[in-house]
Ligand binder design. Structure first.
Ligand SMILES: [Zn+2]
Length: 66
């Protein structure tokens, strides 16, 4: 008889998945991170310069596929 109930471990949030103060990877400034994945402060994010692959590339990116 298998009467063994799987123990339900309380789902604990992974470390780093909670809002906490972190250091921005860009300016090394301490900012409030909303959670995991938030490694860039809003200041740097607003700059959007860290976002590569922009459509503002030079005309050399335009090539006809025909
Ligand atoms: Zn920053």
């Amino acid at each position: 008889m298998t009467d063994q109930k799987a123990e339900l471990h309380p789902v604990a949030p992974a470390r780093g998945d909670v809002p906490a103060e972190r250091q921005c990877l860009r300016c090394k400034a301490t900012f409030w991170s909303a959670g995991f994945g938030e490694r860039i402060c809003k200041r740097c994010k607003s700059q959007a310069s860290w976002k590569s692959a922009s459509a503002s590339a030079s005309g050399s990116a335009r090539r006809s596929s025909r």
